[in-house]
Ligand binder design. Structure first.
Ligand SMILES: [Cu+2]
Length: 160
């Protein structure tokens, strides 16, 4: 029948213009392109190439130590500002200030490590929790920290 063929043709055209098999919004969220965040670690700083990503999901952190001593990177979920984490004996008290989602253990200069994490929307702090022997201040206190945001989380006012 002519009309049936018309509808079949129309349906097929819509199918193609929609990009193939339809997927639910939830599936699309899971399948969003994997995010990659490059991070540079060195004495006094943690520098991600982006401070936020727009959607929750898998994130690969490619972390390079461009400093001259060993560093590590902790990914902590917390609502506290990056520079306001509680410190004891030079170290951030991780369990007291948030939830550790992942960690790249201490690794040497000129090396690169990566970690892939499934991050939910929210605020994070990326920091190094190394304390060199004989030092009272850890790398975190010396500036090795950066805020990182996932999803549409309202901006925190900058403390001045
Ligand atoms: Cu460090």
């Amino acid at each position: 029948m002519k009309l049936q063929r018309y509808f079949f043709g129309l349906g097929f055209t819509l199918f193609l213009s929609a990009g193939g098999w339809p997927v639910s919004a939830a599936d699309q969220a899971i399948r969003r392109a994997p995010e990659t965040v490059s991070v540079e670690l060195k004495e006094g700083s943690v520098t991600p190439d982006k401070a936020s990503i727009s959607n929750a999901g898998k994130v690969t952190f490619k972390v390079k130590n461009t400093g001259t001593v060993a560093h590590e990177m902790v990914i902590l979920k917390t609502d506290l500002p990056a520079d306001a984490l509680i410190v004891g004996e030079g170290k951030v008290k991780e369990e007291a200030v948030g939830k550790v989602i992942g960690e790249i253990e201490e690794f040497p200069p000129n090396a690169e490590k990566e970690i892939t994490l499934d991050l939910s929307a929210g605020r994070y702090v990326l920091f190094c929790n190394v304390v060199e022997s004989g030092q009272t201040e850890g790398h975190y206190q010396k500036g090795m920290r950066a805020a990182f945001t996932v999803g549409s989380v309202s901006r925190r006012k900058k403390s001045s």
